[in-house]
Ligand binder design. Structure first.
Ligand SMILES: *Cc1c(COP(=O)(O)O)cnc(C)c1O
Length: 436
């Protein structure tokens, strides 16, 4: 072991597993809608000397020495994020999406208070009130659901429940909902009932930054996002908010803090210790990339590709929830194919065919979440590779073949070969070893 040994010299076991993972992504089709491929520049920042630094606190208000350059990194990330989203205040320290959401609850809600979130079964996230999550255990979640017929969020139902229950916060968000969110509509309800509006844009941040989805700004009080999904940055998150607390007199009369200060102190020292400065550096790089004009083309292509993939799947006789997609993702409803509760089996069959996606519940799924009746897939990662509409047709048709022939191992092996041929034409990290 030596400080300057390469990973290959130092640890063959780990190096080999990384190489195998590289091969898997190069030869397969990545359709998990929350995944993406970051640039080499982002990975270099992640693997930089900032991984060693401790810098508890905020720029110019730190608890450790040696902060000459860290402050510059964090301020750069904040300035770029503000520009990207038009946010008034940004905190780039959250370790990931789930901690960021905990921090919003910690800042704004007392234990046991009521809020609303999209139910997990209808496309919401665990941190939006699932009974097994902190959000559902320590706070009172009044879930809202999609309409049984249209499978769309019905804001009139949200309004009714918000008034009846007198909720303190409403979360507008999605992880498996294939349509646009009406942030303005949510804000009107929040104004009517005097609730905080918290938008979690983890899945769609890249689409918003690239102008392919409506922005929650200026409508919301607080916005969280992961940085590693459509935004294509390192694993991590950030919280954006207004500086002034619109509901200060109603909820925080005794506090001297404005909204920005409430959020910052919830992140540190409320729930976190030292920020991951290597991650902050990589966030700054990714935001810089997202500010380039090419990122707009990328975001629009994600949506065009999702539409093309959805069209092909439907043309091959598959049903998609809500009948299609407006964003980067879609959910295949396996029930009309007589495959109720077979999501897990189909996820494995897709793996065999070199296609990576995840099983998912469909709204009002009669089957259990462990064996649900849907498959969720999306286009952010394959769009990063440079794939366009014509490749979506090939992929969609391969997926339909998997679904129609899934117990047949030789068909799956043949599809895997086709998928490998297609993938080879779109190298992700050409010539890149483990870490260069
Ligand atoms: C992915 C996601 C999160 C959680 O992010 P992690 O980084 O996995 O903790 C939170 N909210 C939404 C809407 C998400 O899609």
């Amino acid at each position: 072991m030596g400080l300057m040994n390469t990973l290959e010299e130092d640890d063959r076991q780990v190096a080999e597993l990384i190489l195998k993972e590289s091969k898997r992504i190069e030869e397969g089709i990545e359709l998990i809608p929350s995944e993406n491929f970051t640039s080499k520049a982002v990975m270099q920042a992640l693997g930089s000397v900032f991984t060693n630094k401790y810098s508890e606190g905020y720029p110019r208000k730190r608890y450790y020495g040696g902060q000459e350059w860290v402050d510059g990194i964090e301020e750069l990330a904040i300035e770029r994020a503000k520009k990207l989203f038009g946010a008034e205040h940004v905190n780039v320290q959250p370790y990931s999406g789930s901690p960021a959401n905990q921090e919003v609850f910690f800042a704004l809600m007392n234990l046991g208070e009521k809020f609303m979130g999209l139910d997990l079964s209808c496309g919401g996230h665990l941190t939006h009130g699932s009974p097994v999550n902190f959000s559902g255990k320590h706070y009172k979640c009044i879930p809202y659901f999609v309409d049984r017929e249209t499978e769309l969020i019905d804001l009139d139902e949200v309004r009714k429940a918000a008034k009846k229950e007198n909720v303190k916060m409403i979360i507008s968000s999605l992880t498996a909902y294939p349509r646009k969110l009406d942030f303005k509509g949510f804000q009107e309800i929040c104004d009517e009932v005097g609730a905080y509006h918290f938008a979690d844009i983890s899945h769609i941040a890249g689409l918003i930054a690239g102008g392919a989805h409506e922005s929650p700004f200026p409508f919301t009080d607080v916005v969280t996002t992961t940085t590693h999904k459509t935004l294509r940055g390192p694993r991590g998150a950030m919280i954006m908010c207004k500086v002034e607390d619109r509901l200060h007199d109603k909820y925080h009369k005794d506090s001297q803090k404005n909204l920005a200060q409430l959020i910052d102190s919830a992140v540190f020292p409320g729930l976190q210790g030292g920020p991951h400065d290597n991650n902050t550096a990589a966030k700054a790089v990714a935001f810089g990339e997202a500010l380039q004009p090419e990122f707009k083309d990328y975001a629009k292509q994600i949506v065009r590709n999702a539409k093309a993939l959805a069209d092909e799947l439907m043309a091959k006789g598959l049903r998609l929830t809500t009948g299609g997609t407006d964003n980067h993702l879609m959910v295949i409803d396996l029930r009309p194919k007589g495959l109720t509760g077979k999501g897990k089996e189909l996820q494995h069959a897709m793996d065999e065919a070199g296609i990576t996606l995840n099983k998912n519940t469909v709204p009002y799924d009669p089957a259990s979440p462990f064996n649900p009746s849907g498959l969720r897939c999306g286009t952010p990662a394959i769009t990063t590779r440079g794939m366009k509409e014509s490749e979506m047709k090939v992929i969609g048709s391969a997926m339909a073949k998997v679904i129609d022939n899934h117990p047949n191992a030789s068909v799956l092996a043949k599809i895997r070969e086709e998928i490998r041929e297609l993938s080879k034409q779109f190298p992700i990290y050409p010539g890149m070893g483990i870490l260069e």
